[in-house]
Design a protein around this ligand. Structure first.
Ligand code: ATP
Ligand code: MG
Length: 359
């Protein structure tokens, strides 16, 4: 039986080979033929190899990777803009790959919405009409569609701009329209392929805030592609890193920053401000039960930066870490916090053995 429609996504053993004889080469790829070999021997391009990602409903999944690593190919499988060569894409337990044309059309209209990098607004329609567009396609009655669209226009911060045309808006404002249009759809799955990459850094940060703010209310399943690590760390409940069509690491921001799987990932995280990502829980010394906390306490999920701020303010050198229920679970010193904020003294971006030992 199908699961309820909340937008949970499971991608299983997904392979994509581009080329006229793709299916004929999938076994060789499964047995380990490399992307280069496949191209050299058969003139086919390996887009994705054995992708397995589970995205719980209501979670923001970030996909990162260098240009050509397969990010767009992957996200386009979720609403089957691309057909896989092998594998499953389950949304709420239903395999998108096996859907008929009619099922697929219904699925795309009602279960997914996309926000595009280049906004993809219709130039001769104003903000309101652009926002209503998807609803019109769905055949939603006009007054109702208008009400829904106006609500989202307001929610993304464009109140009063509903009669403006795209060329009268800045890039950031145009992307707000793109977001309002996608959200008007009320689909549980939101697909965003480099949606913020064309925006200036400050506008981009604003748009991240808008998304997080809205997400805290609507709790959609969001697949968000970005090249930008800060954006990934800020938005992603889960992050998957792709290289040459393969997932080489997946985990939380903290997993990726503290334990990069290889040099490729280490390179991404080299410059990151660890204090804003690493949580106190990962740095503390765990306590044995029965410890009574005295003095300063801090939540286990607080960032290292927050703990340092509090210790500095209190002019203290040690803080007791507490669980959500207020139980003391660990202790962390100023020195440990400071060490955990140091990026690395090595070239490859991995924490030095000394740092790891100190933690
Ligand atoms: N239709 C296609 N035909 C042949 N090869 C393709 C096709 N689409 C993508 N590819 C190849 O698949 C690989 C992954 O491309 P994809 O566009 O998914 O990368 P990306 O990570 O989204 O890159 P970017 O960051 O530049 O957007 C690349 O090697 C690309 O050349
Ligand atoms: Mg792309």
């Amino acid at each position: 039986m199908a699961e309820a429609r909340f937008g949970g996504i499971k991608i299983r053993h997904l392979y994509k080979i581009f080329g006229s004889q793709a299916a004929a080469h999938v076994d060789a790829v499964k047995k380990g033929m490399s992307k280069t070999e496949l191209n050299r021997l058969h003139g086919h391009v390996l887009g994705l190899r054995d992708i397995n990602i589970e995205i719980p409903s209501g979670c923001i999944q970030v996909i990162m990777g260098l240009s050509g690593s397969g990010k767009s190919t992957l996200i386009r499988h979720i609403n089957r803009l691309i057909d896989p060569t092998a594998g499953e894409v389950l949304v709420d337990g239903v395999d998108v790959v096996k859907m008929s044309e009619i099922e697929l059309r219904d699925f795309r209209r009602h279960q997914t919405a996309m926000v595009f990098q280049k906004f993809a607004l219709l130039p001769h329609r104003n903000v309101l009409d652009n926002t209503m567009f998807g609803l019109e396609v769905q055949g939603v009655e006009k007054t109702k569609a208008r009400d829904i669209a106006m609500r989202w226009i307001e929610r993304v911060g464009l109140k009063g701009f509903d009669e403006k045309y795209p060329n009268q808006l800045s890039g950031g404002m145009q992307q707000r329209v793109g977001l309002a249009r996608a959200l008007s759809n009320d689909a549980p799955v939101l697909l965003m392929d480099e949606a913020y990459s064309a925006l200036d850094p400050l506008i981009r940060t604003d748009m991240q805030t808008v998304l997080l703010d809205i997400q805290s209310e609507i709790k959609k399943t969001i697949v968000f592609i970005t090249h930008d690590l800060d954006e990934a760390l800020r938005l992603g409940d889960q992050i998957a890193i792709l290289r040459d069509g393969e997932v080489i690491q997946q985990g939380t921001s903290q997993d990726i920053v503290l334990r990069p799987a290889d040099d490729y990932v280490a390179n991404f995280v080299k410059e990151v401000n660890r204090g804003r990502v690493v949580q106190v829980e990962a740095v503390m010394q765990p306590l044995t039960t029965g410890y009574a906390s005295s003095g300063l306490t801090i939540a286990a999920s607080s960032t290292v930066e927050e703990a340092v701020r509090q210790l500095s303010k209190a002019e203290d050198s040690e803080v007791t870490v507490v669980s959500p229920s207020g139980q003391p679970v660990g202790v962390v010193t100023f020195r440990q916090l400071a060490c955990s904020m140091v990026n690395s003294d090595s070239e490859d971006g991995k924490p030095s053995p000394n740092l790891v030992a100190a933690l």
